[in-house]
Design a protein. Structure first.
Ligand code: GH3
Ligand code: MG
Ligand code: MG
Ligand code: MG
Length: 311
């Protein structure tokens, strides 16, 4: 289905076609008491492959949002059975920021201030009924694309470009969020590759990069439920929530052995590496103290022969 008008706008058409594929995993909630209006909006969205959620009340919309994480847009009418559209928008905004979820108000009638009411309550956009299909669709697209671009920026800001691991910034954010409800049983590990500089010196910087990626992949595989990160250079940090210290030690020492045994493929040869690990956990609940304690132990591991876990 491609409206005739789009044939003249080639760039828009390309964007539209790319969207049709992405829309299959994009949820849109439509909240309205007006059945005719609702059905019309839903069928337009469905024709463009969106996954749609039909709601009559604000509370139905709220539960759709908590059940389905792929919802990027809510389109709401102004008069709902349980609250007004603008009150609904304001309450949605307490749970989702403007960058997480787009909201579009729709309303008919003569009230000229309705669009201002919606936008002041936190809506990203407003459309007056009756609307034309084309305006409706390009506004929907614009709003969904806005949310997606913020998501992409956020992802990039939290990811280490070389290894794809969460970066230091993301590590601190997640640990701090989780730290509010931590048990006493937890551990933190700082992992530093041994004589890594000699890999660069012997095989070149690209080989060094390949080793970092290989170690990162091992960390991802062996610590799927932990908070992991590339902390900087050739250092990685792992936070193990709800793990008794002795269990954490065993897992880290096993990991150390895995790294030691791994044959890392380079373009022209195969190489091996070892790592030293400093651990902390039992003495403190504060993340900065956990890190500085682990750092001291890492230093001790380096000074007592490397390729070991110390706590
Ligand atoms: P030690 O056993 O004491 O930790 O020795 P080391 O050689 O691992 O430590 P050092 O701190 O002397 O060297 C770390 C090296 O890591 C220096 C730096 O050039 C290299 N490095 C840091 N980030 C990257 C990267 O992204 N790619 C590559 N290829 N090398 C990196
Ligand atoms: Mg280092
Ligand atoms: Mg060093
Ligand atoms: Mg090192």
């Amino acid at each position: 289905y491609i409206p005739k008008e789009n044939a003249q706008n080639y760039d828009y058409l390309i964007r539209l076609i790319a969207r049709l594929e992405k829309n299959k995993s994009t949820g849109v909630v439509v909240v309205s008491t007006n059945r005719v209006q609702r059905t019309r909006t839903l069928s337009l969205l469905e024709r463009h492959n969106f996954v749609v959620y039909e709601c009559i009340t604000a509370s139905e919309a709220m539960s759709a949002l908590s059940d389905h994480k792929h919802i990027r847009l809510v389109i709401t009418d102004n008069t709902l059975p349980d609250m007004s559209g603008t009150v609904f928008v304001a309450s949605l905004r307490k749970a989702f920021s403007k960058e997480q979820l787009a909201i579009m108000g729709i309303a008919g009638g003569q009230g000229m201030l309705m669009s201002a009411h919606f936008i002041k309550s936190g809506a990203n956009d407003f459309l007056r009924i009756p609307y034309c299909h084309e305006e409706f669709l390009c506004r929907v697209m614009q709003n969904v694309e806005y949310i997606e671009s913020v998501e992409a920026i956020r992802r990039a800001a939290n990811t280490d470009y070389l290894t794809g691991l969460p970066n230091r910034r993301h590590f601190f954010y997640t640990v701090t969020m989780q730290h509010q409800q931590l048990s006493d049983e937890h551990a933190l590990a700082l992992i530093d590759l041994d004589f890594f500089k000699s890999i660069n010196d012997t095989h070149g910087h690209d080989a060094g990069d390949a080793v970092l990626k290989a170690v990162a992949a091992l960390i991802e595989f062996y610590f799927p439920d932990e908070i992991i990160s590339r902390f900087g250079g050739e250092e990685f940090c792992i936070y193990l929530p709800d793990t008794p210290f002795s269990e954490a030690y065993e897992r880290l020492d096993d990991f150390r052995k895995v790294v030691e045994a791994e044959a890392i493929e380079l373009p022209k040869t195969t190489t091996h590496i070892t790592c030293s690990i400093g651990m902390s956990g039992t003495t403190t609940q504060r993340i900065d103290n956990l890190i500085s304690d682990a750092d001291k132990q890492l230093y001790a591991a380096k000074n007592s022969g490397r390729n070991k876990v110390m706590f």
